[in-house]
Design a protein around this ligand. Structure first.
Ligand code: AMP
Length: 355
């Protein structure tokens, strides 16, 4: 199947990822139709059409599907059930199964473990007594994470000692969760992979990622020789995962590098913040290859465009420094058109290339 330039791509979700997808799609001649619940989402500013609708509204999703030639999503906390109404009207990539697995931390860890991956030790938790017995099994320190609807460190509570269990259970509001052992890692990195409908799979250089309070701060590429072994192991696992899913489009997998190698953290079947550097730092960006993949086009080269690349997120008030960033000749500034900054909100990013 080829969806040729000139066609309309549907994007479910209206954030900065959809905005950067729409920009990449426009560059190769596609129009985008964005579907999101917000009044004026960042992606709609760059799309040729916008439908405001709830992610759970099957009738609206079906109408949206009928108005596009192919559809994708940029946000994984969309119930996979209602998306079936969209799938009946238009092809949807990445496959719905990838979304179903990635949006439930328990299914995700079981799936990855079944393919030989190694998540941190974990136990499912459905109530407070269950948390107490999981803590006996896993030990402290540990992290309690909701199975669904978590992002940027939200829906998580750290447990330093067994006595913190009640407070952690309150913090996740009693939602079905998993308890995860705290991983002693030397670094974090991600695998950025794109699969095409004809079985082609490409990977970019793995970024070394630094997080603060659960939010990505910056990425450095290349990740450094100390991570080479863990990255090779993670790449092999990621290829097996993509193959098992019949994955078409971007898949990002996050790992911890520990003494025993690559520990799987989580995956997202979509373009990802740790791949924003590819816009200027690689021959073809994650956004363009995602569009190419879902439209059945050949994928572009993922080679590095510089010796070293660094991407810094602009979080909250940091965005107010845009004037100084524009004065830096090495800085590529991206602002997401989000209006007022608030603490923890991703407002933009800046990428620097070193030759
Ligand atoms: P997540 O939303 O699960 O990706 O978590 C956000 C960040 O919290 C990760 O990138 C890590 O920096 C930290 N984190 C999450 N889970 C663990 C863990 N089991 N051990 C140590 N740090 C963790």
């Amino acid at each position: 199947m080829t969806v040729p330039p000139g066609s309309t791509i549907g994007i479910v979700g209206g954030g900065q990822l959809g905005r950067m997808l729409a920009a990449a799609a426009a560059q190769i001649g596609y129009k985008c139709h964005v579907y999101a619940p917000d009044e004026a989402p960042p992606a709609a500013q760059l799309a040729s059409s916008f439908t405001r609708g709830r992610f759970g509204d099957e009738a609206a999703l079906a109408r949206f599907g009928a108005s596009v030639d192919v559809a994708t999503y940029e946000f994984e906390n969309i119930a996979a059930g209602p998306l079936a109404a969209l799938c009946a009207e238009a092809p949807l990539f990445p496959p719905r199964r990838a979304l179903e697995i990635a949006q439930d931390r328990l299914l995700e860890k079981e799936f990855v473990a079944s393919l030989g991956g190694r998540p941190a030790r974990y136990a499912a938790v459905d109530d407070l007594p269950g948390l107490q017995s999981a803590l006996e099994e896993i030990g402290a320190p540990a992290i309690l994470k909701t199975r669904r609807f978590g992002y940027d460190g939200k829906g998580q509570a750290r447990i330093a000692q067994a006595g913190d269990a009640t407070a952690a259970w309150d913090a996740v509001r009693g939602a079905p969760s998993i308890l995860e052992a705290f991983v002693e890692f030397s670094a974090e990195f991600s695998i950025l992979l794109c699969g095409s409908a004809n079985g082609e799979t490409v990977l970019w250089d793995s970024p070394r990622n630094a997080h603060q309070a659960g939010i990505l701060r910056h990425c450095e590429i290349p990740a450094g020789p100390d991570l080479a072994g863990a990255i090779a192991e993670a790449e092999a696992l990621s290829r097996r995962i993509a193959e098992a899913l019949g994955h078409v489009g971007m898949l990002c997998l996050e790992f911890f590098a520990s003494e025993d190698g690559a520990v799987f953290n989580e995956m997202a079947p979509r373009v990802h913040n740790s791949g924003h550097w590819t816009i200027e730092g690689a021959v073809t960006s994650q956004f363009e290859n995602h569009i190419r993949a879902i439209c059945g086009l050949p994928l572009g080269s993922t080679a590095l465009a510089a010796r070293r690349v660094r991407m810094d997120n602009l979080i909250g008030d940091e965005v107010l420094g845009w004037r100084d960033l524009l004065a830096d000749p090495a800085a590529h500034l991206h602002l997401y058109g989000k209006g007022e900054p608030s603490p923890g909100r991703k407002m933009g990013h800046v990428t620097r290339l070193f030759f």
